[in-house]
Design a protein around this ligand. Structure first.
Ligand code: GDP
Ligand code: MG
Length: 162
């Protein structure tokens, strides 16, 4: 079977936009309001002649557990079925308490994590991306899922660990 890459992160950071960028077509549902992707959706993807399965996550509801717990729980289910994880953070917002909850969960897993600093639409935002070194997953890859900036370098890094 093809290796599995899970895309995790809090709502609205651009996970589904990144999925569409990697697939090269608009298949994952992107919304301006969080919570649109239902649970987990798998897609057949490829890069540099290698096939892999991409798993988009979402489907969070504001229930009794609260948003931190729900995001971390969804991310954990996806991480458990994956060979590697793309953790997406909004570089313009920086690391939030919800991001930190996902980070704590991922640290317990023995899976490679590639940290993606999304919404870096131009060079001026690269400093915000660099601030995400503090999350402890090594180099943050600055990308713009919307425009495609930086996604090739990010995918090259993914292929080294997948
Ligand atoms: P998800 O909830 O993490 O799947 O996020 P979505 O992919 O649905 O995107 C949420 C919002 O962020 C949408 O309005 C996207 O157009 C926007 N967005 C996603 N990627 C980027 C990006 O690289 N730059 C900017 N400026 N906006 C983005
Ligand atoms: Mg989504």
């Amino acid at each position: 079977p093809d290796p599995v890459l899970a895309i995790v992160g809090r709502p609205n950071v651009g996970k589904s936009t990144l999925v569409n960028r990697i697939l090269g077509r608009r298949e994952a549902v992107v919304e301006d309001t969080p919570g649109v992707t239902r649970d987990r959706v798998s897609y057949a993807a490829h890069w540099n002649g290698r096939n892999f399965t991409l798993v988009d996550t979402g489907g969070w509801e504001h229930d009794a557990k609260g948003i931190h717990a729900r995001v971390a729980e969804q991310a954990e289910i996806a991480a458990d079925m994956a060979d590697a994880v793309l953790l997406v953070v909004d570089a313009n917002v920086g690391a939030t308490a919800t991001d930190e909850a996902v980070v704590r969960m991922l640290r317990r897993k023995k899976k490679p994590v590639i940290l993606v600093a999304n919404k870096v639409d131009d060079m001026a935002q690269e400093a915000e991306a660099a601030a995400l070194w503090s999350l402890g997953f090594g180099q943050p890859y600055p990308v713009s899922a919307l425009h495609g900036r930086g996604t090739a370098d990010m995918l090259d890094a993914v292929m080294e660990v997948l």
